[in-house]
Ligand binder design. Sequence first.
Ligand SMILES: CC(C)(COP(=O)(O)OP(=O)(O)OC[C@H]1O[C@@H](n2cnc3c(N)ncnc32)[C@H](O)[C@@H]1OP(=O)(O)O)[C@@H](O)C(=O)NCCC(=O)NCCS
Length: 385
Amino acid sequence: MKEHIKRSKFELKTERLTLRPIRLGDEEAIHEYAGDKGITMMFFLPNETFEETCDFVRENVAEWDSPDQTDFEFVILYDGKIIGGCDADLSHSEDRSYATLGWIINKEYRNRGFASEAAHALLDYAFENLDIEKAYAQCDINNPTSYKVMMNIGMTCVNDKGTRTYPRTGKTSGEYTCLITREEWESGNQMYKKEKDGREYITKKQYEDLFLEMNPGYFARDYVRAVPVNEPASEMLLCLWDFDEERYDKSFGEEISFGYYHGDMDKLKENVARVVPHWVNFFDEDSKVYCGFIDGEVASFCQIEDFGVHMIGGMRWRIGGPGCVGTLPEFRNKGIGLSMVKEVTKILKEEKYDYSYIHYTYETEWYGKLGYETFVRWNGKGFVV
Ligand SMILES: CC(C)(COP(=O)(O)OP(=O)(O)OC[C@H]1O[C@@H](n2cnc3c(N)ncnc32)[C@H](O)[C@@H]1OP(=O)(O)O)[C@@H](O)C(=O)NCCC(=O)NCCS
């Protein structure tokens, strides 16, 4: 067992969430969902009283301090608030060769993919730190959402879904038992697998290889090594075959227009410098610059870049994308920047690119409005979960 898991002061970061070991003081936020009478969990009854939740917290905090810890209970935070919990439990496995994973999300925060995102981090944590060979999870057959989470993290169903009476609830129902082996987990991080066209099947490793092919020697660069561990940047892709132009649709008055920039490069650079000063080094006479204009003056700008043709998962992808995307501070939040990115994405599609690519971004939510998805994240030390 690795040393650091005995220190209960670490955090696991995902794109939107933080997972950290449960602590004293978490009781009230936990009780919001642990005391929710509407929850349908097989092995977990809603706590009748706040005291029960306090006992639960105390017991699990003690687990983190125990040399024989079998249950690794985390809280899930979004925007600084505890919105759920999850655990990896070794207590069912005498030789500690497998963990049983479980998760719960406060009902106010459901249907936003948080459970899959947290379960995925938990799964990686369990395989990386607990020396297990397999991870199981179970859910009631009447809980299709939880089943979907299991599928999302790469598990497969291994039981016959027979009915039984649950010891705690006395209710008769059926369950799904799902499993992922270490080998399966290593061979591909399923969250990153996309099925498109019924045949494309891309693993996280393939995406990482693509990224390194596009950016050779990336993690040796000084400015990359300087990216703090707790501030991972994202790389995003949008499959242009699937691009839905209606997804973000903003109408503007006549004063707003979009098009290539043919004006003076030095003037443009003055604008670029007002957004991100060092980007001026990336703009020169050969740059293909596209803008959003207000009365003919630049409000937003970007470059249209060609990232070449790459083989991924046996398929040939032609990749391009907007780079150095910015909106002058006084023109932000009017929809101009994103509409410009949309126009560029349409151009790439018309020009028969397969994917549009966003490199080194922290604006995942913003690009997400157009359907861009994160495929790898990295910091100065390399790729992250
Ligand atoms: C990120 C940036 C380009 C956004 O430009 P913008 O023109 O203000 O964005 P838009 O107005 O087109 O945004 C469209 C929508 O997203 C919202 N939005 C704006 N910034 C957002 C952000 N950072 N995250 C999520 N949503 C955002 C807007 O409110 C708007 O909402 P709507 O759905 O009601 O229309 C701009 O803030 C900027 O230049 N930042 C500095 C440079 C930078 O970080 N660039 C990205 C590098 S990869």
